[in-house]
Design a protein around this ligand. Structure first.
Ligand code: AMP
Ligand code: MG
Length: 338
């Protein structure tokens, strides 16, 4: 594995060219995007994409997001480009929005887990864009972490968890958004949010004008809500167990923290206001959604590295602006058996 550092705003041209070459030759490159670090391969090369799945230990039923430079690049791998795609792309690309559209046959089945649709995103990060340009192919890139583990927001997270499974790691500093993109399926009759991110649903609805938008519940959903593959899994989870608490369960959480600390467990916490208990590693989290999203995965990586057995996490508000962060916290707290 090679590890090369670039300026996040003006990446070195030679390093970028090298990353493009590795991708074009069928290799794997980890690179920063504005959401999280991606593990990229040539999306049109089935055996290169197969290497992503084996490096991550990701089951092949979980489809990948394909990254392109612009909407024209997206249309070139889409079999249809509905008005809803056009409106959302115009409003949010480049940026943290992924659109699911019918796919062209040129996109190998392994990329889409055999689905007839493909998930497409146009990233805004200068390093991601430079690498896409140098590779001059669409780049399939899931988060650069082992399956179900915490996504990387820094190159050191990638190096620690994927290390030698990757040909090249490009370090472009911490990512600015910090959680994965909002995924909207526009391939069906009604646009459906498959995964919340940092774009609030009311903003998506506003960009769609009169068109209605649905939100997939992830539990099989309503008549129109189709859950996204991979959505039900425990995901984004640290090694430590997460215990989510809210106002009602604050007292119980504090008693449990006291008990676990007395039993010699290493206790951590991610707090907005506080917890009346002895917590060895307490992190004060930002009390607004963008800051929280940016800090979230690094906090989980840090508490894991500190050897925490149990992390108490104060629940965030149940509002559209916090939906992406809430989703990640709930899934990280899900028991491993589920
Ligand atoms: P990531 O792990 O960030 O690469 O996110 C990929 C996620 O996007 C998958 O787990 C799915 O939830 C969603 N996704 C990708 N492709 C499709 C598709 N064709 N249809 C529905 N959801 C998709
Ligand atoms: Mg992921």
């Amino acid at each position: 594995m090679r590890y090369l550092t670039v300026d996040p705003d003006r990446p070195d041209a030679q390093i970028v060219r090298r990353a493009g070459d590795v991708i074009r030759r069928g290799g794997l490159v980890a690179f920063p995007t504005e959401t999280v670090y991606g593990l990229g391969a040539n999306a049109l090369d089935a055996s290169a994409v197969a290497r992503i799945f084996s490096a991550k230990g990701r089951p092949t039923y979980d489809p990948l997001i394909v990254h392109v430079l612009n909407a024209a690049g997206a249309r070139s791998v889409a079999r249809a480009w509905p008005e809803t795609a056009e409106r959302l792309a115009a409003a949010f690309w480049p940026g943290p929005l992924t659109l699911v559209v019918p796919k062209q046959p040129v996109v190998p089945d392994i990329v889409t887990a055999g689905l007839d649709t493909v998930a497409l995103r146009v990233p805004s990060h200068a390093v991601a864009r430079a690498i896409l340009k140098a590779a001059s192919v669409p780049v399939a890139a899931p988060s650069a972490n082992r399956f179900t583990e915490v996504s990387p927001t820094r190159a050191e997270h990638v190096a620690r968890t994927l290390g030698d499974r990757v040909d090249l790691i490009i370090d472009g500093g911490p990512t600015t958004i910090g959680i994965e993109s909002t995924v909207v399926d526009v391939s069906g009759e009604r646009p459906t949010v498959l995964r919340p991110g940092t774009i609030p649903v009311p903003d998506l609805a506003a960009a769609l004008g009169a068109l209605d938008i649905a939100v997939a519940t992830g539990d099989g959903g309503g008549a129109t809500a189709r859950p996204s593959p991979g959505m039900l899994d425990r995901h984004y989870a640290p090694r430590a167990r997460l215990h989510l608490f809210d106002e009602r369960s604050r007292g119980y959480a504090a008693r449990l923290a006291v008990e676990r600390a007395a039993a010699a467990d290493t206790v951590g916490a991610m707090l907005l206001t506080g917890l009346d208990a002895p917590v060895r590693h307490a992190l004060a989290m930002p009390n607004e959604p963008a800051g929280y999203a940016r800090a979230l995965y690094h906090a989980l990586h840090t508490l894991d590295a500190a050897g925490c057995d149990l992390i108490f996490v104060e629940a965030v508000p149940d509002t559209p602006a916090w939906a992406g962060v809430r989703d990640r916290l709930v899934r990280a707290a899900r028991p491993a058996e589920v």
